[in-house]
Design a protein around this ligand. Structure first.
Ligand SMILES: *Cc1c(COP(=O)(O)O)cnc(C)c1O
Length: 385
């Protein structure tokens, strides 16, 4: 077996660029340097056409129209623009925001900053399976609620949220609904119309595209969402995100989204098979394996496992041939238990013993078998010592 190590099993943190996407990135960077804002000549027109084609591919992945896509520097910016942009435009004198306790920092932190700026915040809790019921969101709403933001698929435990139910609830009340769909995009069906989504954040580097480019879907009608920009300095992206567009990154994101949509069903089936193979081996050959988050209704490539009696810190130390994580990459330096797992009621010792495994497009059966054998050996050894 000639595996290259370390084996990359951290696809929630980022994904490698697909060679087909890299080809687009290089081609556009090399051949199309024009500014899409240059309306007077062919260099500008060619760049503008590439951006508009990409916009259609990004939109198609979530059932939107190209005109509703705003390109950003990534999902962190998209989430900030959604939260700050909506609250300041729709509730300049104050109002309430509802988020869940499963949010990524890129939603939780701007929400906290909005509180510091005088807005009200309520946090809807997930159940022990890692799902935020629409009823929990409803409970958190007040007559001052302006916006609800709930993650579509969670980045640590992979649980898929009842987005359509939450969307319906928001529609009934005339409240705007944003979802961070970074982990969900290209992995589950997303349709902003059917799901009642008004704003949705995407990141290219989580769908085998380049880093530093993302998008925010902003509904144009029923209702027409307004935003206050975070940046000022030009009329690009309807003035909501000024600055010369990252044409190669945007074209590559378009290609990444096109591929993700075309290959989603086949890729999901393949990943489910690999994931079940890995989990099956671990559960057969080890005792005390706990799967955190619901068994059904989770992303095909996700496993979040606790191994009773073993600290994730020691386990990661013994697993240097595997690139896995103990919690979200952004809180890697924090040795405390994952706040997400704690919020599900996972006891501290098991939360500290958790491992997040993220399989992806290029993960092979041989790699999964190698991962299983490596984890089994490490856990057995650590438990014996
Ligand atoms: C990675 C990630 C982000 C941040 O995306 P960037 O494009 O890196 O800013 C936001 N939300 C979720 C759920 C993520 O997994």
């Amino acid at each position: 077996m000639n595996l290259r190590t370390p084996v990359y099993l951290d696809h929630h943190a980022t994904t490698p660029i697909d060679p087909r996407v890299l080809e687009t990135l290089i081609r556009v960077q090399r051949d199309h340097f024009g500014n899409p804002g240059s309306g007077n000549h062919a260099f500008g027109w060619a760049a503008a056409r590439l951006v508009e084609e990409a916009r259609e591919h990004v939109a198609a992945l979530v059932g939107a129209t190209g005109r509703e896509i705003i390109f950003t520097s990534g999902a962190t910016e998209a989430n900030n623009l959604a939260l700050w942009g909506v609250l300041r435009a729709h509730a300049p004198t104050g109002g309430q925001l509802v988020i869940s306790n499963l949010e990524h920092e890129a939603v939780a932190a701007p929400a906290a900053a909005l509180v510091a700026a005088g807005y009200e915040l309520a946090v809807a809790p997930a159940d022990s399976q890692g799902r935020v019921a629409a009823a929990a969101v409803q409970e958190a709403m007040t007559e001052r609620t302006v916006l609800v933001s709930v993650i579509a698929a969670q980045n640590e435990i992979g649980t898929i949220q009842p987005v359509a139910d939450i969307g319906r609830l928001c529609k009934e009340r005339g409240i705007l609904f944003h979802t961070d769909a970074v982990q969900a995009a290209g992995r589950i069906d997303l349709d902003v119309e059917a799901m009642g989504i008004d704003l949705l954040s995407l990141s290219a580097h989580k769908v085998y595209g380049p880093k530093g480019v993302g998008a925010l879907y902003v509904r144009r009608k029923n209702p027409r969402v307004r935003l206050q920009p975070l940046l000022y300095g030009g009329d690009q992206e309807r003035g909501w995100r000024p600055g010369t567009l990252n044409v190669p990154g945007i074209a590559a994101m378009g290609e990444a989204c096109r591929l993700a949509r075309a290959e989603m069903v086949a890729e999901r089936t393949r990943l489910e098979g690999l994931r079940d193979r890995l989990l099956g081996r671990l559960e057969t050959e080890l005792t005390g394996v706990v799967l955190n988050g619901a068994r059904a209704g989770r992303l095909a490539g996700n496993l979040n496992l606790s191994f009773g009696g073993v600290r994730a810190h020691s386990l990661l130390g013994a697993l240097t041939v595997l690139a896995v994580s103990s919690s979200s990459a952004c809180t890697r330096t924090d040795s405390g238990p994952s706040a997400i797992l704690t919020s599900l009621g996972v006891p501290d010792d098991l939360a500290r013993a958790s491992l997040r495994i993220g399989l992806g497009r290029f993960t092979t059966t041989a790699e999964v078998d190698f991962a299983a054998a490596t984890i089994i050996a490490a856990v057995t050894k650590l438990r014996a010592s």
